[in-house]
Ligand binder design. Structure first.
Ligand code: GLN
Length: 272
């Protein structure tokens, strides 16, 4: 589709994607930085480069998320490796990290449930070197990605393969955080955009959207130190239900917090 011999400069506007995505795929295909796009703008593409770039553009036109194509996404100022075994980290989820950082005591023990790429756990451990961070996921493939991300960022994170609380029997934490699957089965969002390519088990509980949130709210009480915080991300319309759930289980200081779009995106409370 893209011919060898065209200049790098001309391609930045000639590709069929938006300006930002054109640049990202050009840099990735050619192995150069954004500065390289400028300094090499008169250089022409080789046959191999043209073929590589064509393949990447085709994948994007087919709907594949740009983060999977280039294998990374920035979150909390850090580059995270991503594969299609993990959810792509969302800017919304930075709220959860900020809430954790404000509440984790010195040398605090934090648990991230359903860590996926490890974004939440690695951001915490990277920012707070004193923290003792555990992250779990049921998916071995996700844990491989999380392990790579922890290593790249020199973040001390203990990783466990565990179906929710099964792997942390008898353990206590000062804070538990989670961005669990919370989209209800059949929600139209699952069949649109990036979500079509993301692991279904990271997005939906295949039920009413609240079942993972229920399991975590019910189980966390037995794994939290007195007054320890449980903080959970949830869907745009689930805040009232999640607050209710937390109150039912006896948590105190139950409240919700808004993301940058003004949507109640996370809720939490202190251990009963
Ligand atoms: N925030 C994601 C979305 O709506 C869903 C993430 C999740 O289910 N934990 O695209």
């Amino acid at each position: 589709m893209i011919a060898a011999g065209v200049t790098i400069g001309s391609l930045q506007t000639a590709l069929p994607l938006g300006a930002l995505e054109n640049r990202i795929l050009l840099c990735h295909a050619l192995g150069i930085t954004r500065v390289g796009l400028i300094t090499q703008s008169e250089r022409t593409l080789s046959d191999v480069e043209a073929a590589t770039l064509s393949t990447l553009v085709e994948r994007r036109l087919h709907g594949e998320p740009i983060a999977y194509i280039v294998g990374k996404r920035e979150f909390f100022g850090l580059d995270f490796q991503v594969t299609n075994a993990v959810l792509i980290p969302r800017p919304d989820t930075e709220l959860l990290v900020e809430l954790v950082l404000e509440r984790l005591p010195p040398q605090g023990r934090a648990l991230d449930m359903g860590t996926g790429s490890g974004a939440i756990a690695v951001a915490i451990a990277h920012t707070r070197r004193d923290a003792i961070v555990t992250a779990l996921d049921v998916s071995a493939a996700a844990l491989d990605v999380a392990r790579a991300n922890a290593a790249v960022h020199g973040a001390a994170v203990r990783l466990l393969q565990s179906d929710w609380f099964a792997g942390v029997q008898g353990e206590t934490f000062d804070l538990i955080a989670s961005n669990p699957p919370y989209i209800a089965s059949g929600d139209v969002h699952l069949s649109n955009g990036d979500l079509r390519f993301e692991p279904l088990g990271a997005l939906t509980d295949r039920a009413d959207g609240l079942s993972a949130l229920r399991i975590i709210a019910a189980g966390a009480a037995a794994h939290l130190a007195p007054q320890g915080w449980l903080l959970m991300e949830h869907g745009y319309d689930q805040a009232a239900q999640v607050r209710h759930l937390l109150q039912e289980h006896g948590y105190s200081d139950v409240q919700s917090w808004r993301d940058l779009a003004g949507i109640e995106r996370a809720s939490g409370g202190r251990a009963p």
